[in-house]
Design a binder for this molecule. Structure first.
Ligand code: HEC
Ligand code: HEC
Length: 442
């Protein structure tokens, strides 16, 4: 199971020669009994739900919300699918978001203060700056299936604005959610073990950080974060609650997302997502179940089995990309409680081998955005290793989308990734292209 990494001598700036003799790329539990997770961009479930339930849950994820449904007052898009669609509902897109803040006199990150309504309304301590608002507008709306009622705010400026005091400004690309039920089903201990073995195997050069984050549906109990560019969530229900409020302005039952961010032009009572259906589920429960039931992103099998793709996979391992972009992880056995006990791993998600090409750990590779979310101040310049499954569907790469070729993306890997970048740059042009062919197969 555990292959030896060929010893690579890496010249650091100090001129010191460091030998990597890493343990193999597989991590997790019960690797011997586990089977491969199902993959496919085929709009079919992974076995957690049946096809009809999956299609219904997907329909909720695709639903377009309007003012009468509680959309806004400030928001980024009207549906989860607007930002998670390429090539199937739930995956990624080119949509990016704006975050902002500044440092205080001690160098600590402070989230932005934004103003609305010509400076008369203030939203303090929130790094996400929404880029749409429901006002100014005049409309006729329907609230909770009631009679049509007027919505009349022709002169109210709902658009959030920040001042020049917010000197930290960052864009964040949308992320894939397909296959995330398997990621949620990785035991905390698997990620903690990954972090410690990575650090000891590289002689302390590459030491990914775990952060423990509140699970909203477990009354804020902590679990190891794995979702979002900052690992800001550990559970898909928590992410759904957060995204429903912060991307779409739909408040929901889980605090702190049970009230809208501002009352300006707000005509629908909180929480907006408040009507359990015949199954007792609200919209966000369907979003979470939809994502949990998705298959993992499939490979491009033609490229993966091509001679360049096969050679590229070996080079990806040999230069050390998979120290962080870990190729195989095994999910916890069925029945394991994850997400601080809020989710019990079902048979369809448990003991499965996945190939996310991520360690789900935070690293400083010199690209950090300066923003702190649920982690401590030391996470300001760190980003989560993004899973590379499905990366062939992305054109704007890294968290800020500012690299549009794989070559340029690799060249932006510095700091912790510098030794691996050096190894890549020591390959021949043919080998570099083979490694990139491998990326294009993911
Ligand atoms: C305006 C675009 C937009 C909308 C609408 C949106 N998202 Fe996202 N989503 C993003 C971005 C951007 C990220 C990365 C956020 C970050 O970490 O800063 C993300 C990340 C995620 C993740 C983390 C994926 C991972 O593996 O790390 C999940 C889960 C998610 N979104 C679910 C949802 C759900 C559910 C909805 C609907 C309620 C939704 N999103 C609506 C843009 C959007
Ligand atoms: C020290 C850990 C580490 C190593 C080693 C590493 N990466 Fe990364 N990689 C990251 C992190 C962290 C990011 C995200 C940085 C950001 O967005 O600011 C990233 C981002 C990427 C992305 C962009 C993915 C996306 O969806 O935007 C690609 C592609 C990538 N890495 C490929 C590679 C390749 C190829 C190698 C080997 C030459 C490599 N990485 C080595 C940590 C690492």
């Amino acid at each position: 199971m555990w292959s030896k990494r060929p010893i690579l001598y890496v010249c650091l700036l100090t001129g010191l020669a460091i030998a990597f003799a890493m343990a193999g790329p597989s991590s997790g539990q019960n690797a011997s009994t586990a089977i491969e997770a199902p993959s496919g961009y085929d709009n079919q479930p992974n076995g957690l739900t049946d096809s009809a339930t999956f299609t219904m849950d997907r329909g909720k994820f695709e639903e377009t919300e309007a003012i009468g449904d509680g959309l806004g007052p400030i928001f980024n898009a009207q549906s989860c699918r607007e930002c998670h669609q390429n090539p199937v509902t739930g995956s990624t897109s080119q949509v990016k978001e704006l975050r902002a803040g500044h440092q205080d006199s001690f160098g600590n990150f402070v989230a932005a203060t934004a103003t609305l309504a010509d400076g008369t309304v203030t939203i303090a301590n929130r790094s996400l700056i929404n880029q749409r608002a429901i006002c100014p507008a005049v409309d006729t709306i329907t609230v909770n299936g009631g009679p049509p009622q007027p919505y009349n705010f022709p002169q109210t400026q709902g658009q959030e604005r920040i001042s020049t005091a917010e000197t930290i400004r960052a864009f964040r690309m949308s992320l894939n959610t397909i296959g995330d039920g398997f990621v949620e089903s990785i035991a905390d201990q698997t990620l903690l073990n990954l972090a410690s073995s990575q650090c000891s195997n590289t002689g302390g050069l590459i030491c990914g950080e775990t952060v423990r984050v509140p699970v909203l549906e477990a009354s804020g109990a902590l679990a190891v974060g794995r979702f979002g560019w900052k690992n800001q969530h550990a559970s898909l229900l928590s992410f759904s609650s957060d995204a429903y409020l912060n991307e779409m302005g739909i408040s929901n039952r889980l605090p702190p997302n049970n009230v809208d961010v501002t009352r300006l032009c707000d005509v629908v009572p909180d929480p907006n997502d408040n009507t359990p259906d015949s199954e007792g589920l609200t919209d966000m429960d369907h979003f979470a179940r939809f994502m949990r039931a998705t298959k993992v992103p499939p490979r491009d099998t033609a490229l993966a089995t091509s001679s360049d793709g096969v050679a590229g996979a070996t080079l990806f391992h040999n230069v050390g990309c998979d120290i962080c972009h870990v190729s195989s992880i095994t999910t916890a056995p069925p029945g394991t409680a994850v997400a601080a006990g809020a989710f019990t791993v079902p048979p369809s998600l448990g003991s499965k081998v996945i190939h996310p090409y991520s360690d789900f750990l935070l690293h400083n590779i010199g690209t950090g955005d300066g923003i702190v979310q649920t982690g401590g101040q030391e996470t300001a310049q760190k980003m989560r290793t993004p899973p590379l499954w499905g990366v062939r569907t992305r054109t704007e790469l890294l968290h800020d989308g500012r690299s549009v070729t794989f070559y340029d993306t690799i060249q932006r890997h510095r700091n912790e990734a510098q030794p691996v970048l050096n190894n890549f740059n020591n390959l021949s042009t043919t080998q570099q292209n083979q490694l990139i062919t491998f990326l294009r197969s993911l």
